[in-house]
Design a protein around this ligand. Structure first.
Ligand SMILES: Cc1cc2nc3c(=O)[nH]c(=O)nc-3n(C[C@H](O)[C@H](O)[C@H](O)COP(=O)(O)O)c2cc1C
Length: 177
């Protein structure tokens, strides 16, 4: 951040705003179509693979190379990724909807029958993913009921030719162009 950076929004305004309805928030924000990723790591406690589906993934900075995603504090997988201090972002292909559903299910046997290889960091690169981005945790920023996780990219690659799995208005879709 430049030393002379000033937040253009200024300090928190005093004005009172109406409460944002949760259902309306979900509905409106659900109109932002995204890809879908699975964030994976090896939990150092037990040395086992862990993962969670995330569509909040975004690229952040090229120099240095940074990416980010948001993890819910309610997630039981996030603390295990946090313990690992490193993770791999797997960008899902259109045939991986079922895998995504499993990775979004609390308490599921998420890696039963899932093939993967280890990244240079040791994090799981899932078979069939379109692309992957291997990171260490660079920073965490508290953001309401989520934490914004910034990852420092150390390695990345393309695994498959193919089209992405998309998420829009609460449902899965395909890229048709
Ligand atoms: C398409 C999709 C996108 C999701 N994106 C996120 C996300 O960005 N961050 C997050 O914390 N949870 C996200 N979730 C929910 C988590 O995948 C899910 O709540 C979590 O894995 C629950 O299990 P856990 O307790 O093992 O973490 C998403 C779920 C789906 C289906």
């Amino acid at each position: 951040m430049p030393a002379d950076y000033e937040d253009p929004l200024g300090p928190e305004p005093d004005a009172e705003y109406p409460t944002v309805d949760a259902a309306r928030y979900r509905s409106v924000l659900g109109h932002f179509a995204t890809g879908v990723t699975v964030i994976t790591a090896i939990d150092p406690d037990g040395d086992e693979p862990v993962g969670l589906a995330a569509n909040s993934f975004t690229s952040v900075s090229l120099d240095p190379p940074l990416v980010a995603f948001c993890a819910a504090y309610s997630s039981s997988t996030w603390p295990r990724i946090e313990r690992a201090r490193k993770f791999c972002v797997n960008i899902l292909g259109e045939s991986q909807e079922e895998l995504c559903r499993v990775m979004a299910t609390k308490g599921a046997d998420k890696f039963g029958g899932v093939g993967w290889t280890a990244s240079i960091n040791g994090s799981p690169v899932l078979d069939g993913a379109l692309a992957w981005v291997d990171c260490t945790i660079d920073a965490e920023h508290d953001a309401g009921d989520h934490v914004i996780v910034v990852g420092r990219v150390h390695d990345l690659g393309l695994e498959e030719e193919g089209r992405p799995l998309l998420f829009f208005r609460g449902g899965y879709g395909r890229f048709d162009a």
